[in-house]
Design a protein around this ligand. Structure first.
Ligand code: PEP
Ligand code: MN
Length: 360
């Protein structure tokens, strides 16, 4: 995928004074519910009104969406409130119906992004569309799979593209519903700085009281927008009840978020910080290089010990090194605790190397 400015033109053209906001219920439930939430969001920062029409559910038997009737309700939302509309599509039939009903933004859900067959089917159905298409990350943390989906859409001449980070599934129990892999999002940004990156704190957290913090982290990492599930009666929502927030709470969150804008001052700050970061990168490389050299010497010691049948660990020698380094560190403003931890790690690596040599 080429890295081209046109990828984010649709977003830049909106000239928003705040991050892009996509909000609305997890699922369209009834016409009244869809319209009531839309009216509550009408005069807020919300740019696109979302509602799931076809719901991918992990287990059958849960509410699976109202189906295409919901598209009529979204059309009504646009007529009555002027809000642009957004929904998830998971096959060609969904795409055809969504386009017929003039949905403005279509997204591919996490369970679809994992399947190149489905993504290709959707890309073919969308060929050449001028609608915005966003790709949620696949449920598993695989950057290639995610980028592959974007590439399939780009190859189908879809120009208004972007991605949504909604966290990744794990077997471990964590405080998140889906773990945010911030490192992966940062890598994506550095490889494709022009690909708009949206955060979905609702599906990341699964809990409404964590939405603010995750949104703030996302903005601090230069995400371009947020997708937040919003319902006038979150507790009684037909899907994802625990993570939805009220329109009022959404407005409060948007007010409280620290939003970073690039000003001239910012540009000067950025150039200074980039310079300092480059210096840090150089020093870090030297550190790794030095550690590598240290380990080579330690390997030679291992060879000698093997020949003479001497034990790997010599406690006296090790304590002397540590004492020395704590003093040296102190003179350079490094805490005893840090020096101890660092040298223990270095020493452990030396021991691992020497054990290998002696047991070889
Ligand atoms: C959704 O946005 O309602 C949804 C189903 O999301 P995801 O694909 O991230 O699970
Ligand atoms: Mn949901």
């Amino acid at each position: 995928m080429e890295n081209k400015k046109e990828l984010r033109k649709w977003l830049d053209d909106m000239a928003l004074p705040h991050p892009l906001v996509i909000a609305g219920p997890c699922s369209a439930e009834t016409e009244d519910q869809v319209l009531k939430i839309a009216h509550d969001l009408k005069d807020t920062d919300v740019n696109y009104y979302r509602a799931g029409i076809w719901k991918p559910r992990t287990r059958p038997g849960n509410f699976e969406g109202v189906g295409s009737i919901g598209l009529k309700w979204l059309q009504k939302v646009k007529e009555e409130t002027g809000l642009k509309t957004a929904t998830e599509v998971a096959n060609k039939n969904h795409v055809d119906l969504a386009l017929e009903h003039d949905v403005d933004l279509l997204w591919i859900g996490a369970r679809s992004t994992v399947s190149p067959f489905i993504v290709q089917e959707i890309a073919d159905a969308l060929e050449g569309t001028d609608k915005v298409v966003l790709v949620k990350n696949p449920v598993n943390p695989d950057l290639s799979l995610w980028l592959g989906a974007v590439e399939r859409l780009a190859s189908a001449n879809i120009e208004k593209l972007g991605v949504i980070h909604r966290g990744f599934s794990t077997y471990e129990k964590t405080k998140y519903r889906n773990i945010p892999e911030w490192q992966l999002a940062i890598e994506l940004q550095s490889r494709f700085p022009d690909l708009p990156l949206i955060n979905d704190p609702s599906h990341i957290t699964g809990k409404r009281d964590m939405i603010f913090d995750v949104s703030q982290t996302a903005l601090d990492l230069n995400f371009d927008g947020l997708m937040i599930e919003t319902h006038y009666d979150p507790d009684n929502a037909w899907s994802d009840a625990a993570q939805q927030i009220t329109p009022k709470r959404l407005v409060q969150i948007m007010q409280d978020l620290r939003i970073r804008k690039e000003t001239d001052e910012e540009a000067e700050y950025n150039s200074k910080i980039n310079n300092l970061r480059t210096q840090i990168d150089v020093i870090d490389n030297q550190l790794i290089d030095t550690l590598g050299k240290r380990m080579k010497v330690s390997d030679e010691i291992g060879q000698l010990k093997k020949k003479r049948n001497v034990a790997v660990l010599q406690t006296n020698r090790w304590n002397a090194i540590l004492g020395n380094m704590i003093l040296e560190g102190e003179q350079r403003g490094l805490s005893e605790e840090f020096v101890l931890r660092m040298f223990k790690a270095i020493h452990q690596e030396s021991i691992n190397h020497q054990e290998k040599i002696i047991n070889a």
